[in-house]
Each structure stands twice: as C-alpha cells, then as structure tokens.
Design a protein around this ligand. Structure first.
Ligand SMILES: [Zn+2]
Length: 882
C-alpha cells in the first residue's frame, strides 16, 4: 500500500537487463504463515547491455531476508542495501556468479492473491505480472529467462499433493513420514512470471494424450476432493485443444506431463504457467446441473486459451510488459479460431464482436483509452484490458485477412522458427509476416500504437445511365486522451453489393479488376471505388464478418435493412443489419421518451425479426443471436453523450414487450418445439436450441401476464439443467411477483452448499432493475456466504451491480455510485487489482446526462482524495478525472 505519487514506466525507456539469471534452484518449505524459500541463482553479466553493468538490483516485496551468500560466502550487512522494493549488491565477484538467498513469506496473510497465497487450504501462486518478487528476490521482468529446479517440502497431511512447472524428478518422505517433498524440473527457459507452485489436499481427474510425433503426455486436473466428477468437460476441451494446435499451427506439446489446478480464490480467469496451469475453479468445474451452456463454452475457450499460450507466450514470450498484446491478442485470436472450428463459426464471430463492442469500444471512447500496445503505464496490472486482449486479437485477425489463411500460416511458422526460446516484440512478430509473404505491413503497425475506434463513413452513389456504383470511404479518427491527431489506418473492408433479387453482384472495379473475395484495403483518409456493370441500384453489405474493429456509418433506409436481414449471403452482416435496425428503433424511442412524446410503433422491425425467428433454414443458435436486442450499454455507447440510462432501459423494455406481444404465436410455438427431451449435452447444436427457446421464453415473460409468469415459473421448477434453471431465475428476477421470491428461495436452498452455483443467486439479485436492488445488494454484502476477499463473490455481487445493472448503478440519487466507491476503497486495502477493475465501472461517466455526471464526478473525486490508495486505483481514477 502506497501513498506516494507513482512514476510512470515508458516503453521508450526500455533497456536490456544488466545481468541475466539463467538457472534457478528453489527449495520451498511450505508453512501457512512462515514459508521458507531458499533460492540459488546462477547469474551472468548480460553482454547485450551497453556500458558498465553497475550493481545487481533484485526486486523483492513483502519478504523477509534471512541469509545472503555470494559464491558461497555469507554477505555482511554492509555488503548490500535493502529497501521495501529491492535488494542491491554493488560489489560483485565478476561476470559469472551464484547468489543464494533465504527468505520468508506469509501465504495466509496474502489477500492480494499475487505471489504465494492460501486459497481454501491450498497453497498456490500467481506471478504474472510481478508476483514472483513476493516469493524471492529476483530480476522480475519477462526478458530474463531461466531453467528451474524446484523442491517443495510440506506436512504430508496438510499438502499431500506438491506440484511445480515441468516434469516430476523425484519425491520422498522426511521426519518418519510426517513431512514429504517433491522435486520438479522445467528444462524450458522461462521468465519468472510463468513460475508456479501448488501444494494441498487435492483430488485429480487423469487422462493422457499422444502427440503427433508419438510423445505420450499425462494429463491431470486437480480439484477439491469430491469435485473430480466435474472435470470431464475441461479434460475433453484440453485434448481437443492439443490436437487442434497440432493440426492448425503445427504446434506440439513439449513436456511429459500437463497439469491443471483449480482454486477458488483467483484474481483473473486462469494462468498459463508452464506445464502447470492454475485456474479459477469457475472455469474448470462443470456438470449439467451446475454449469450453464455459457459456462461450458467459457471453460472450453479458456482451457484452449491457456493451453495455446504454451507456444504463444511461453516458448516465445514478451520482451517487456508493453508487449503484452503479443501473447494475449495473439492467443485470444487463436482461441477464437479454435472455437469457430469447434462450433458455429458465424455464432462465434457474433459472440466475439458483441464482446468487443461491449467491453472494448467503451474503453476506446472514454478516459481509459489506450493503444493495443500502450506506451506508458504506472501499474501493469491495469493493462490486462479488453483493448490489449480483444482489440489485440482483432488486429491479428487483420493480418490474416490481409494475407489470407496460407500467408498467415507461413508468417506464424516463421515466427515460431525464428523466435522460439526468445522474449520478442510486436515488431519481431509483424516482421515475420512481411518476410514470409512480402506484404508491406508498415502502415498496419499503426493499429498497435494508436488508440480509439476508427469510424468509416461510407457513401454509395449509383449511376443508372453508366451502370456504375461509387463507394466512397472516409476514415474518421476521433481524438483520444493525449492524442489529438491520428494517422489513417490500413483497414481491410470485405464487402458485397446485393442486387434486387437479393443475390451478390459480381464486383468489378472500373479498372477491370475483379474482387473475387470482396476485399478492399482502405489506406487513405478518403478513397472512392467505382464498380462497373452494376445492373440496378445495389444495397451495400459492408464490413462483412466484421473485417476490422471499426464503427461503420452509411445511410440506409429501413427497407434496405429489412432487405439485408432477409437476403445478405454473409450471415454475420445479416445479423448486424438486424442489430442496426433495432438500434435505430431504440435510439428513436429513447429520444421520444426523453421528450415526453410517444415512440413510433416498431411494427416493421418486429415483423422482420419474426421472419428470421421462423426461418428453419437457419440454425437455432444463430436465430437466438438474432433475437437478442442490443444491450443497454451498447445503446449508451451509440448515443454517446447526454446518456440517460433509465430512458434507455425503458425503451428497451418497451420493445421487448412489443416483440413478446406481436410475435406471441411464433414465440409460443418456438418455446414448445425446441424443447429437448433426452439427457443434457453441452454440444453447440443442443446449446443453440436451448438459447433460442430461452430467448422466446424471455420475450413472453416480458409481457408480464399471469400466464407468462406461470410459464416461466414452471420452466424454473421443471428445469433439468443449469441453463434452463438459471435462465428462468434471470427472467424471474425482473418481475414484481411472488414467484420471484419463491424462485430465489428455492435456488438458495438447493445450491447454498455449492460455492460456484450460488454465485448466480448473488448475481441475479444484483442485476435486477427493480428499485429495491441497491438495498438488496447492500444486505447481501453481509450474507454469511458472501466474502469481500473472494474475487468471484465480488464479481458476482458488486461487479454485476456496477457493470450489468445500468439502471441501479446510475440511480438518479447517486447512491449506486457511492456504494460502489465505498467497496472499491474497502477492497483496495487488501486487493488493489480487484479494486481497480471494479472502479472501471465508471469508465463512461463523462457521457452521462448532466446531473448523473455531476454525481459520478463527485464520487470519483472522493476516491481520488482517499488515503491510502494503491497505485492501481490511483492510476485509474487519475485518468478518469484527467
Ligand atoms: Zn492469456
């Protein structure tokens, strides 16, 4: 905890390390309050460091130094300096030496959940980004790569399972069997953020996998005893990921064992430590009764993501933390491609874009905007953002779109070949694609350095006499904090022109060049493309498959949007047309509500939606996506200024009711026909049917008539899987009906002993738009099953209230802001990462209408002036108020 003013770290100040640690030997004796760590570090001078290397400065925080030896000689207190952040040794014996330290740390007291800590009796570590320095003194930076040998010793009853990175080497007992030890060896040099250690009473679910070259790998997932029967899905996803990375990218696994451990207290989703992934147990444990389809899909995605890091992140790591997108953007892209292959590619693409627009676009449009590769930070933990991850993935996707799948694979092959075993940069990565294909990617690099979402303003002019269509595209690059002027970007735009019969017209430019794949590359601020031989006025379908992370503006009539919803051969854009149409209807309704006038009837939009709902040629999961209206936060972002969250909520609810009423027969029919009779399957087809059926039920429930309440209550009571049960609970949470309380009571009684499933009970009370929800949430913070120290609970209750309950968070009296601010300050005292994340709920405050904006500002100023305040929270609140 600091009260000082933190200094930003800048990319342009990067220097290679003056020393390198190339081999690490750790001996860890686990103890709840006093764990002893003996480290033997082999160190050499880094010849790549320019000039005199100076003293050795090792990072270390929250650890107690007991002994220090240099080349076997005990150092006296005058031979080194120590602060609360580092250990400095000035007099070194030469260019090559061995440093031995003995330190102590306190896992039980560690509630920041970084470094070594205890989670429900399990010792575990989290070292990314800078947690290793809380375990031992070290050069804690990603460009210091070492091999590791780790001996762990513990009480045998307390920690019968002892794990670390790499392969197991040796194990044995001590003290007549009371204590025991295990030795692990990781031969692959890695940065210390990939170090992991686990000790505890864990049960395991085992399987194996044979790689393409015939190496047999033992796979094991470790969980709380009694939960082994909930690991089958995660294991299945792991094996499919291993196979897929071999087939798609030619990447094989490289150790004899691959272990995953699930723990209950975890700041993020999961961590890709070499050979020993540590997961938030919410992303491992699944059974039909306890996990929803969304949970199953998330488990598959995150298992794949962490596994894929073995090559993109671990074998090739980042030179410095500014390059975080090099591993994260690329690995998110890889997990997206995996899911697209395993599931419906269109539904997955829609899902990815929805996420991007919900999480990243508001970031780009607000005070926290930063480039995919930021140029400066105060606290790196604040940069595990949607911009680095999701926009980072879109930027990699742009490379694939520009080069085509084959060119992309060639570039990836070269990247693996050239940089294996290295700590690389974004430039290293992009250069591989240039070298492999000859494509000029210089202008493309701007995607990494420029913040903000570009807008493509498009115009189509048809000349009937000459049968030409002129498409003009202008790039508008809105300013972001600290960056007023922007350069034009290299933007791939995939497009089609639809003729009167709904078919795609052949795309031939006036130069005679045919666009076989419908792809144009926009590089200038304004460009015009002339298409010839266009028989009639076409309807443009632009940015097919969301070929770049931009906003698109083009004037289109309602009839054009209906036409695209019914005809576009690109299913992604067909969905996008429906979203654009719904947005148009909703934005007009918000305006009307605020002006006190009656919104126009949404008849035409609802009719067009009904056509898709009934279109049996489209898969149910896709139709379900069609049925989901833009979210309240999507609408707030699109409206952009003077935002009234209540008017948005009411307009959206009115439209939902209108859909429920106007499409009543079709919705009832869908609800009846898509019921699945047999046992539960998490397969995408079955999940898609459930999604469509629950979407239909949601609209019917909105009508709020007695028969509708009875229908959803029966759905809840008769649910045979978590998806149906939790969906119905969510729908009931919005109703003022005795059935609501009954359902929450029943859910509580059924699931109070399951620490994961019960999070739904917290979340759907926190998400309810009813006026009472703030009082309910305040009361729930004192519930015996709630804990401010457990990040999952904080996310379920406080996070849901702040991020997914726009009406209650943005209460006109400002009490929603006050409540969240108090929790941010409370949590900041022991877990700055989680506090800073929660604070980002305020990221769009400047777009609010006057009164709410005033209240939000007052609240943020209160946070800013509180002491003590972590660097994490200081940085975020400072940017918000800038
Ligand atoms: Zn990752």
């Amino acid at each position: 905890m600091k009260t000082d003013t933190p200094r930003p770290i800048q990319l342009k100040d990067y220097r290679p390390p003056n020393y390198l640690i190339y081999d690490v030997n750790l001996d860890v004796s686990l103890h709840a309050t006093r764990t002893r760590v003996r480290a033997r570090l082999k160190i050499r001078r880094n010849l790549a460091y320019p000039g005199n290397p100076g003293p050795l400065r090792l990072d270390g925080e929250m650890i107690e130094l007991d002994a220090l030896r240099l080349d076997g000689r005990q150092l006296g207190p005058r031979e080194y300096q120590r602060t609360d952040k580092e250990l400095v040794i000035g007099d070194l014996p030469g260019d090559l030496f061995t440093l031995e330290t003995t330190t102590y740390c306190n896992p039980e007291a560690n509630k920041a959940l970084t470094g070594l800590y205890l989670s429900r009796g399990i010792y575990c570590t989290q070292c990314e980004a800078q947690g290793f320095r809380r375990i031992t003194y070290f050069l804690d930076r990603p460009d210091v790569l070492a091999t590791y040998t780790v001996r762990i010793e513990a009480d045998r009853n307390e920690a019968p399972v002892l794990l670390s990175n790499g392969d197991p080497l040796e194990r044995g007992t001590l003290d007549g069997g009371k204590r025991h030890y295990a030795v692990w060896r990781d031969p692959h040099p890695k940065p210390c953020y990939l170090f992991a250690l686990v000790g505890g009473n864990l049960a395991s679910y085992a399987s194996d996998f044979t790689t393409a070259s015939g190496r047999k790998v033992d796979l094991r997932i470790y969980v709380e005893p009694g939960k082994e029967n909930r690991c089958a899905w995660a294991m299945d996803a792991l094996k499919r990921s291993m196979r897929w990375d071999e087939e798609r990218f030619g990447r094989e696994y490289d150790l004899d064992v691959f272990n995953i451990v699930a723990v209950s207290d975890f700041n993020m989703g999961a961590m890709e430590n070499k050979g020993l992934n540590v997961f938030n147990d919410a992303l491992i444990l699944a059974s039909p009764e306890t996990a929803t389809d969304a949970n199953f899909a998330a488990i598959e995605r995150v298992i794949a993501h962490e596994y894929f890091h073995n090559w993109t992140g671990n074998r090739i790591t980042c030179r410095d933390w500014f390059q975080l997108c090099l591993k994260e953007g690329l690995t998110v892209f890889r997990d997206q491609e995996f899911c697209a292959d395993q599931r419906s590619a269109t539904v997955e693409r829609i899902r990815d874009v929805r996420n991007l627009k919900a999480a990243q676009f508001p970031e780009d449009a607000g005070p926290l905007a930063h480039p995919v590769r930021p140029g400066r930070y105060i606290e790196i933990n604040n940069f595990y953002t949607s911009t680095v991850y999701n926009k980072g993935a879109e930027v990699v996707r742009i490379i694939q779109t520009l080069l085509g799948p084959e060119g992309f694979r060639k570039g990836m092959d070269l990247y693996f070949e050239r940089h294996d075993g290295q700590a690389a940069t974004v430039e290293d990565f992009v250069t591989c694609f240039q070298d492999a294909t000859g494509k000029d990617l210089e202008q493309f690099m701007t995607w990494y350095s420029q913040a903000g979402t570009p807008e493509l303003v498009c115009q189509l002019k048809y000349d009937a006499r000459n049968r030409t269509a002129d498409l003009t595209i202008a790039q508008v690059l809105p300013p972001t904090p600290g960056e007023a002027k922007k350069k034009p970007l290299h933007v791939p735009v995939r497009l089609g022109l639809l003729g009167g019969n709904g078919q795609d017209i052949d795309l031939t430019l006036s130069s005679g060049k045919r666009l076989e794949d419908g792809l144009i590359e926009v590089t200038k601020r304004t460009e015009t493309y002339r298409f010839r031989d266009v028989p009639s006025r076409p309807v443009p379908s632009l940015l097919r498959g969301f070929s770049a992370p931009v906003n698109l503006t083009i004037s289109r009539s309602d009839a054009d949007l209906q036409f695209l919803m019914a005809n576009d051969s690109d299913l992604y854009n067909r969905w996008q047309a429906a979203q654009d149409y719904a947005t148009r209807v909703l934005v007009a309704a918000v305006k009307a509500l605020r002006a006190g006038t009656r919104p126009a009837k949404p008849q035409a939009y609802v009719t067009a939606l009904g056509v898709t709902l009934k279109d049996e040629s489209l898969e149910p999961g896709y139709r379900a996506q069609f049925m989901f209206l833009p979210s309240e936060s999507d609408l707030a972002r699109i409206i952009g200024r003077d935002v009234d969250p209540l008017a948005i909520h009411n307009a959206r609810q009115d439209l939902r009711k209108a859909v429920g009423t106007m499409l009543y027969d079709a919705l009832v029919d869908t609800y009846r026909r898509y019921e699945i009779k047999g046992p539960y399957s998490p397969a995408p087809e079955a999940a898609g049917r459930r999604a469509l059926r629950n979407a239909a039920l949601g609209y019917l429930t909105c009508r709020g008539k007695a028969e509708d309440v009875a229908r959803v209550a029966a759905h809840f009571a008769g649910a045979r899987n978590a998806t149906d049960e939790v969906s119905a609970l969510a729908m009931l949470s919005e109703l003022r009906s005795p059935e609501r309380a009954k359902a929450f009571d029943r859910f509580y009684r059924r699931w109070k002993d399951d620490h994961l499933v019960i999070d739904n009970w917290f979340a759907y009370q926190a998400a309810s738009p009813l006026a009472s929800s703030l009082a309910t949430v305040v009361k729930l913070t004192r519930h015996p099953l709630f804990s401010m120290k457990n990040p999952n609970k904080v996310r379920a209750l406080i996070g849901t209230f702040a991020m997914a309950n726009s009406v209650s968070f943005n209460r006109p009296d400002g009490r929603g802001y006050e409540f969240v601010a108090d929790r941010v300050l409370e949590i900041d005292a022991f877990n700055p990462q989680v506090a800073a994340r929660l604070l980002s709920a305020f990221r769009s405050w400047k777009a609010l209408e006057t009164e709410r904006r005033r209240l939000a500002k007052k609240t943020l100023q209160r946070i800013a002036s509180a002491t003590p305040l972590s660097h994490d929270v200081q940085e975020i609140v400072g940017k918000m108020l800038e």
